[in-house]
Design a protein around this ligand. Structure first.
Ligand SMILES: [Zn+2]
Length: 368
């Protein structure tokens, strides 16, 4: 049965940390007029039948025939209401993934969407599109960085239609700038084959791998940093310290840290905040954090210190650990992007939009 296959596809790939971090990514399957889509707040690795939301494909298709307001809040509220109305009876208490509309655009039976660091090394790089053309020919549709939600799905709708008109083929691969990848196929096996082909081509194109072995860090300075961070955040703060060779390399100077001082993808904003803070030593942290709070109105989650690497700070162990995991992901993306012309971050405008986006904060709450 299609739902069983979807669950196993989700569990297998969802447990692979090279593909999925912190509840990111989503999957779907179509069966007649029904589309099963991952529910918001569920995890691919552990999802069961119950975690999927049954949607009406006809109602989803209708959404693309409508006109929505240009005002961000009004448009997203209306599109969300239509998405909610597209749930099948009995699904009232579930919330479909924020990327449901994108899944509905593919005619294929299975759709798989993830944000792997290796893929994002390409989608978050200066020459990403050109490099993708070299690697994948005309086998993909490139989607420029844009606002998530309805806006993104409408752009994909138009681009996928244009692709079909031009090539005569249904698009089965989307590369989303500063976001991730969509793959579609009629069988679970084909999804696996397409994914393996993409990952192996990218692996072969990468010139430098990130190094997460412990680096040569200044232990005394790191200890002093811990003390200052506790003073600033309170004794309840949970600190995850990352002194990897890669973290130390990026922490070397404000110049080297530039590659990770802005977010690459929405995931980095959701779990690490839009920007980290940089300091040369324990003495600088206090001033740097205070300045950051004045500017942003909240405490930073990531503190980068020269000679030490970075510290991920939150009030819960899970929050601190997830922030560290996602910032390590940003270090990976930055490293891989070196193979494709260097890092390309999200614009400040987009970053602010995500920071304020209600749907993303819902996801973070669910995963907290
Ligand atoms: Zn996504």
């Amino acid at each position: 049965m299609v739902l069983n296959e979807l669950v196993s596809l989700s569990n297998i790939y969802g447990s692979n940390e090279e593909l999925v971090l912190a509840g990111g990514g989503n999957t779907s399957a179509k069966d007649g007029d029904v589309m099963y889509i991952k529910g918001s707040g569920t995890q691919l690795a552990t999802i069961t039948d119950e975690g999927f939301v049954k949607m009406s494909r006809a109602a989803l298709a209708d959404i693309f025939t409508k006109e929505y307001p240009s005002d961000d809040d009004a448009r997203e509220a209306q599109a969300l209401a239509d998405l909610t109305a597209a749930k099948m009876p009995g699904e009232e208490n579930k919330r479909p993934s924020v990327e449901t509309l994108l899944h509905s655009l593919f005619p294929h039976r299975f759709v798989f969407h993830v944000h792997p660091a290796l893929v994002n090394g390409l989608t978050c790089s200066v020459n990403g599109k050109e490099a993708a053309e070299e690697l994948f020919g005309d086998g993909f549709v490139w989607i420029e960085s844009c606002k998530p939600g309805y806006t993104l799905s409408k752009i994909c709708y138009d681009k996928m239609n244009a692709y079909k008109a031009q090539t005569g083929k249904d698009a089965d691969m989307l590369l989303l700038q500063n976001h991730g990848i969509f793959l579609a196929a009629d069988t679970v096996e084909e999804i696996g084959e397409k994914l393996a082909a993409v990952m192996s081509k990218l692996n072969a194109a990468v010139v430098r791998e990130p190094d997460f072995d412990s680096g040569d860090y200044d232990g005394e300075k790191a200890q002093k940093c811990f003390d200052v961070i506790y003073e600033l955040y309170g004794d309840d703060a949970v600190i995850t310290y990352e002194p990897s060779a890669e973290a130390i390399r990026f922490a070397e100077s404000p110049e080297t840290a530039k590659a990770v001082m802005k977010p690459f993808t929405p995931d980095h904003i959701v779990y690490c905040k839009a920007e980290p803070v940089y300091g040369f030593c324990q003495a600088c942290i206090r001033g740097a954090v205070n300045e950051y709070v004045d500017e942003h109105g909240y405490m930073p989650k990531i503190i980068i210190i020269n000679g030490c690497g970075f510290f991920a700070v939150d009030l819960t162990p899970k929050g601190s650990e997830t922030a560290a995991t996602l910032f390590n992901d940003a270090l990976k993306v930055a490293t891989y992007s070196e193979s494709f012309g260097g890092p390309l971050h999200m614009t400040d405008e987009l970053s602010d939009f995500i920071t304020n986006w209600e749907v993303e904060s819902y996801r973070q709450k669910q995963n907290a």
